[in-house]
Design a protein around this ligand. Structure first.
Ligand SMILES: [Ca+2]
Ligand SMILES: [Ca+2]
Ligand SMILES: [Ca+2]
Length: 141
Protein backbone atom coordinates (compact mmCIF):
# COMPACT_ATOMS: atom_id res chain seq x y z
CA UNK A 1 0.00 0.00 0.00
CA UNK A 2 2.92 2.33 0.63
CA UNK A 3 3.88 1.93 -2.99
CA UNK A 4 0.66 3.47 -4.23
CA UNK A 5 1.33 6.85 -2.72
CA UNK A 6 4.15 7.96 -5.06
CA UNK A 7 2.15 7.32 -8.23
CA UNK A 8 -0.98 8.91 -6.82
CA UNK A 9 1.03 11.87 -5.58
CA UNK A 10 2.73 12.28 -8.93
CA UNK A 11 -0.54 12.13 -10.81
CA UNK A 12 -2.22 14.52 -8.43
CA UNK A 13 0.61 16.93 -8.94
CA UNK A 14 0.64 16.59 -12.70
CA UNK A 15 -3.02 17.46 -13.12
CA UNK A 16 -3.10 20.23 -10.55
CA UNK A 17 -2.98 23.79 -11.89
CA UNK A 18 0.52 24.07 -10.44
CA UNK A 19 1.61 21.00 -12.31
CA UNK A 20 0.39 21.90 -15.77
CA UNK A 21 3.75 23.32 -16.65
CA UNK A 22 5.43 20.38 -15.09
CA UNK A 23 8.82 20.79 -16.71
CA UNK A 24 8.86 24.52 -17.25
CA UNK A 25 7.28 25.87 -14.08
CA UNK A 26 8.69 25.52 -10.61
CA UNK A 27 7.27 22.31 -9.21
CA UNK A 28 8.10 21.55 -5.63
CA UNK A 29 11.06 19.26 -4.93
CA UNK A 30 8.63 16.93 -3.23
CA UNK A 31 6.48 16.62 -6.35
CA UNK A 32 9.51 16.06 -8.55
CA UNK A 33 10.78 13.46 -6.13
CA UNK A 34 7.47 11.61 -6.32
CA UNK A 35 7.52 11.57 -10.09
CA UNK A 36 11.12 10.38 -10.20
CA UNK A 37 10.33 7.71 -7.62
CA UNK A 38 7.36 6.49 -9.60
CA UNK A 39 9.35 6.24 -12.83
CA UNK A 40 12.19 4.44 -11.08
CA UNK A 41 9.76 1.93 -9.59
CA UNK A 42 8.23 1.41 -13.01
CA UNK A 43 11.60 0.29 -14.41
CA UNK A 44 10.51 -3.29 -13.99
CA UNK A 45 13.46 -4.94 -15.77
CA UNK A 46 15.95 -2.68 -14.01
CA UNK A 47 17.80 -1.49 -17.12
CA UNK A 48 17.79 2.13 -15.97
CA UNK A 49 15.16 3.16 -18.50
CA UNK A 50 11.40 3.14 -18.21
CA UNK A 51 9.42 2.30 -21.33
CA UNK A 52 5.77 3.13 -21.81
CA UNK A 53 4.96 -0.57 -21.61
CA UNK A 54 6.70 -0.78 -18.25
CA UNK A 55 4.83 2.26 -16.97
CA UNK A 56 1.52 0.79 -18.13
CA UNK A 57 2.31 -2.51 -16.43
CA UNK A 58 3.30 -0.68 -13.26
CA UNK A 59 0.03 1.24 -13.33
CA UNK A 60 -1.92 -2.00 -13.76
CA UNK A 61 -0.12 -3.42 -10.73
CA UNK A 62 -1.02 -0.32 -8.71
CA UNK A 63 -4.66 -0.76 -9.65
CA UNK A 64 -4.56 -4.43 -8.66
CA UNK A 65 -3.10 -3.50 -5.26
CA UNK A 66 -5.91 -1.07 -4.53
CA UNK A 67 -8.62 -3.35 -5.92
CA UNK A 68 -8.24 -5.72 -3.02
CA UNK A 69 -11.42 -7.69 -3.64
CA UNK A 70 -10.54 -8.02 -7.34
CA UNK A 71 -13.91 -6.96 -8.71
CA UNK A 72 -12.39 -4.56 -11.25
CA UNK A 73 -13.27 -1.35 -9.43
CA UNK A 74 -11.66 0.53 -6.57
CA UNK A 75 -14.25 1.55 -4.00
CA UNK A 76 -15.00 1.46 -0.28
CA UNK A 77 -15.47 -2.29 -0.32
CA UNK A 78 -11.73 -2.58 -0.95
CA UNK A 79 -10.95 -0.97 2.40
CA UNK A 80 -9.01 -3.35 4.63
CA UNK A 81 -10.55 -4.61 7.87
CA UNK A 82 -7.33 -4.18 9.84
CA UNK A 83 -7.37 -0.64 11.33
CA UNK A 84 -3.72 0.09 10.55
CA UNK A 85 -4.07 -0.98 6.92
CA UNK A 86 -7.37 0.87 6.71
CA UNK A 87 -5.71 4.11 7.79
CA UNK A 88 -3.27 3.76 4.91
CA UNK A 89 -5.95 2.84 2.43
CA UNK A 90 -8.38 5.66 3.20
CA UNK A 91 -6.20 8.67 2.20
CA UNK A 92 -4.90 6.84 -0.87
CA UNK A 93 -8.46 6.00 -1.87
CA UNK A 94 -9.67 9.58 -1.38
CA UNK A 95 -6.85 10.83 -3.60
CA UNK A 96 -7.43 8.17 -6.23
CA UNK A 97 -11.11 9.02 -6.25
CA UNK A 98 -10.51 12.74 -6.60
CA UNK A 99 -8.20 12.17 -9.56
CA UNK A 100 -9.74 9.26 -11.45
CA UNK A 101 -13.44 9.04 -10.61
CA UNK A 102 -14.53 11.02 -13.64
CA UNK A 103 -18.24 10.16 -13.35
CA UNK A 104 -18.15 10.77 -9.58
CA UNK A 105 -19.95 7.61 -8.58
CA UNK A 106 -17.50 6.87 -5.77
CA UNK A 107 -15.91 4.00 -7.68
CA UNK A 108 -12.90 3.97 -9.92
CA UNK A 109 -13.03 1.46 -12.73
CA UNK A 110 -9.95 0.24 -14.58
CA UNK A 111 -11.21 2.22 -17.55
CA UNK A 112 -11.32 5.42 -15.52
CA UNK A 113 -7.91 4.63 -14.06
CA UNK A 114 -6.35 4.23 -17.49
CA UNK A 115 -8.19 7.04 -19.20
CA UNK A 116 -8.19 10.15 -17.11
CA UNK A 117 -4.64 10.75 -16.11
CA UNK A 118 -2.24 13.18 -17.72
CA UNK A 119 0.36 11.71 -20.03
CA UNK A 120 3.28 11.90 -17.63
CA UNK A 121 5.26 9.64 -19.88
CA UNK A 122 5.05 12.00 -22.85
CA UNK A 123 5.95 14.91 -20.59
CA UNK A 124 9.07 13.17 -19.35
CA UNK A 125 10.27 11.55 -22.59
CA UNK A 126 11.78 14.74 -23.85
CA UNK A 127 13.68 13.28 -26.80
CA UNK A 128 10.64 11.14 -27.73
CA UNK A 129 12.55 7.88 -28.12
CA UNK A 130 9.90 5.89 -26.24
CA UNK A 131 11.89 5.38 -23.06
CA UNK A 132 12.43 7.65 -20.10
CA UNK A 133 16.02 7.46 -18.91
CA UNK A 134 17.34 8.51 -15.54
CA UNK A 135 18.78 11.60 -17.18
CA UNK A 136 15.30 12.66 -18.30
CA UNK A 137 13.87 12.35 -14.81
CA UNK A 138 13.32 15.60 -13.01
CA UNK A 139 15.74 16.03 -10.15
CA UNK A 140 15.01 18.32 -7.23
CA UNK A 141 17.38 21.23 -7.32
CA1 LIG B 1 13.29 -0.74 -18.15
CA1 LIG C 1 -12.72 -3.60 -5.77
CA1 LIG D 1 -16.37 6.22 -11.42
Amino acid sequence: MNKILPIVGALAFAISPMGTGILSAQPSPEALGKIAEMMTEADLNGDGKTSRAELNQHRAQMFAKLDRNEDGTIDRRDSPKIPLAKRKFEPAFEQVKSIFDSNEDGRVTLDEWNRSDPDIFAMLDRNEDGVVTRAELPSPK
